[in-house]
Design a protein around this ligand. Structure first.
Ligand code: DGL
Length: 278
């Protein structure tokens, strides 16, 4: 098998990274993917950086065993704290996280330089988005805040409706709603980064809460474009083939299939999900 035909490895703490996989498959329809969801140990977003780094290294090594030509850390939390460690360990293929592409897109999208990031606790605490944005735009002002309930809402399938609306308002009104915060009127961020795998599922609700003017950066989309550019410039993009997907999980194949189907927007049979141990 030539390198071009090798699969792309993608991992996440669970099903959330399927939003990234969906965007990748749309950008790269000829590629085969091996997706690993560490469902036995999710969530990563509330765990210490040391633990997330350890888990990320194990997931990356497991995928390296499938002969991948590129590794995508689809999880924002694992990218935020673990990208350097994973790149050091898996040094023979490109390792791409979701933070840098998201930060780059936010810097390009923002006029004022005032950028908000919503993510898990672990991603916000690690400061990776904040650093990646300020490194690219020294004039930037970043408001980063954890929005952990969005993860649960997306997994419950409560992406629209009154519960999702009130959670969105709870997190976003203090930053974006001028009625809520008189200072927000003039100086609220003009760009919002969805810095968690689950948040694109709630993009309509989030859009309604922030209003039509704010630019929303979906890190899944921006990462997929970045991966395509990286493969093309490294001469690693598949030239033929119909694509393909192998799904691996560390626990609960049934739940992965049921919830993952919503994220991937196609049915997943639980027999399609192979259980692996890390
Ligand atoms: N995949 C995680 C992220 O993007 C969200 C779920 C979790 O906390 O594990 O940060």
């Amino acid at each position: 098998v030539s390198r071009l035909d090798s699969p792309i490895g993608v991992f996440d703490s669970g099903v959330g990274g399927l939003t990234v996989l969906k965007a990748l498959a749309a950008q790269l329809p000829r590629e085969r993917f091996v997706y690993l969801g560490d469902t036995a140990r999710l969530p990563y977003g509330t765990k210490s950086p040391e633990t997330v780094v350890r888990y990320a290294l194990q997931a990356a090594e497991a995928l390296a065993g499938y002969g991948v030509k590129c590794l995508v850390i689809a999880c924002n939390t694992a990218s935020a704290v673990g990208l350097a460690a994973v790149s050091e360990r898996i040094h023979d293929v490109p390792v791409i996280g979701v933070i840098e592409p998201g930060a780059e897109a936010a810097c390009l999208a923002s006029r004022s330089g005032h950028i908000a990031v919503i993510a898990t606790e672990g991603t916000v605490r690690g400061g990776a988005y904040q650093d990646a944005i300020v490194r690219r735009r020294t004039d930037a002002r970043v408001s980063a805040l954890p929005a952990p309930l969005f993860v649960a809402l997306a997994e419950e399938g409560l992406c629209r409706g009154s519960i999702a609306d009130s959670v969105a308002r709870h997190y976003l009104d203090p930053i974006f709603n001028p009625l809520f915060n008189s200072r927000a009127g003039k100086s609220h961020p003009d760009t919002l980064v969805l810095g968690c795998t689950h948040f694109p599922m709630l993009s309509d609700t989030i859009r309604a809460a922030v209003g039509p003017e704010v630019r929303i950066v979906d890190s899944a989309e921006t990462t997929a474009r970045y991966v395509r550019r990286t493969l093309e410039s490294a001469g690693l993009a598949a030239r033929s083939g119909e694509g393909g997907l192998r799904l691996l999980a560390t626990d609960a194949a049934d739940r992965f299939a049921r919830i993952g189907a919503r994220f991937l927007e196609r049915p997943i049979g639980s027999h399609e999900v192979e259980l692996v141990d890390l």
